[in-house]
Design a protein around this ligand. Structure first.
Ligand code: PEP
Ligand code: MN
Length: 342
């Protein structure tokens, strides 16, 4: 970090700042300008809190140079991470991973039809919530363990991996029995005890961006999982809250190149929650692939108008099939590929 002292900082104040830095085991380089003294700090920044230094007498500004997250950062991990999900699916490599399925598992028939169509279109991972974080306590809360079983069986019948949300620490073990990829929902992105526990889950984690989270906060949440020893984190952009009301959220597609610049972790995009309206889902899914996302997660339903959750943003099978054909063309154009139909 770089510390800029106030023009009127006294020698005693500057010395106190220098001592603070040395006490933290860091090295300080002092440079006296015509007006300001500048202190360059070298060493592991995590040992010294920016906030503590910035309020010391005589300090005008503190400019962090390195990122507050290390394990998630590209600087410390130049190779891109490829995460294996289930037996066959790799996320973060040449192939763009498609995760598709209903918002919530509702019945055998519904999840079977979704799995069949998803596999036949080239998706690799079946999604479906069994424990649902609903804004209203009166809305359908998911079918619980029965839902997990239906999801797993349908995925197995069609050679797909499974992603589903885990809402609490208590459910990690149960959900892990049925899922290949554990989803942390937007509402739990900063549930730090949950993230810490998932660091020991022994399964890859899909970490959705919180609806009001900055990219830095999102990466700090990934750091919670990584620092506990789980290296398999996939990030998922799912839209953030802005002043715009025409769409459910504002899908921040710029996070894709930004994450690629800052981090080695794979990033996928969920255009369904991003826009909340099926009319706009396909355009944003295609844009995500073009922007360099490592995958997309799309909600589909055999009868979207009858869905128990998120029907308005769910694609009918036909629309999804069309989207997959278009994404395949875009993937090829940018030197990547989409999964083959099963
Ligand atoms: C979901 O994927 O079904 C979901 C609830 O998403 P989010 O956490 O992004 O709202
Ligand atoms: Mn949903």
């Amino acid at each position: 970090m770089i510390i800029i002292c106030e023009a009127k900082a006294t020698e005693a104040q500057i010395n106190a700042v220098e001592s603070k830095i040395r006490e933290a085991g860091l090295v300080v380089h002092r440079s006296d300008g015509a007006e300001h003294t500048i202190l360059g700090v070298v060493g592991d920044r995590i040992r010294l809190d920016v906030g503590t230094v910035s309020v010391m007498p005589g300090v005008r500004d503190v400019v962090p140079v390195s990122t507050p997250y290390k394990l998630a950062s590209h600087e410390f991990h130049p190779e891109n991470t490829i995460v294996r999900v289930g037996e066959e699916c790799l996320v973060g490599g040449m192939e763009i991973a498609v995760m598709a399925g209903p918002c919530a598992v509702e019945s055998e028939e519904q999840i079977e039809a979704s799995a069949e169509f998803a596999a036949a279109s080239g998706a690799r991972i079946l999604r479906g919530g069994a424990f649902k974080p609903r804004s209203s306590p009166y809305a359908f809360q998911g079918s619980g363990i029965e839902g997990l079983k239906m999801l797993r069986n349908a995925a197995d019948r069609h050679g797909l991996a499974v992603v589903t949300e885990v809402m609490t620490i208590e459910l990690i073990e149960t959900v892990s029995e049925y899922a290949d990829l554990l989803q942390v929902g937007a509402r739990n992105m900063q549930n730090f005890p949950l993230l810490t526990a998932l660091g020991h889950a022994g399964k890859p984690i899909l970490l959705k961006r919180g609806m009001s989270a900055t990219i830095q906060e999102w990466l700090m949440s990934a750091e919670y999982i990584l620092t506990e020893g789980n290296p398999d984190v996939i990030l998922c952009e799912r839209g953030i809250r802005t002043f715009e009301t025409a769409t459910r959220n504002t899908l921040d597609l710029s996070s894709v190149p930004v994450i690629k610049h800052l981090s080695h972790l794979p990033i996928i995009v969920d255009p369904s929650h991003g826009v909340g309206n099926r009319r706009f889902v396909s355009s944003m899914a295609r844009a995500a692939v073009a922007a360099g996302a490592d995958g997309i997660m799309v909600e589909i339903h055999p009868n979207p108008d009858k869905a128990l959750s998120d029907g308005p943003q769910s694609l009918a099978f036909e629309e999804f099939g069309l989207l997959m054909n278009r994404c395949r063309i875009i993937a090829t154009t940018i030197g990547r590929r989409l999964g083959k139909a099963k």
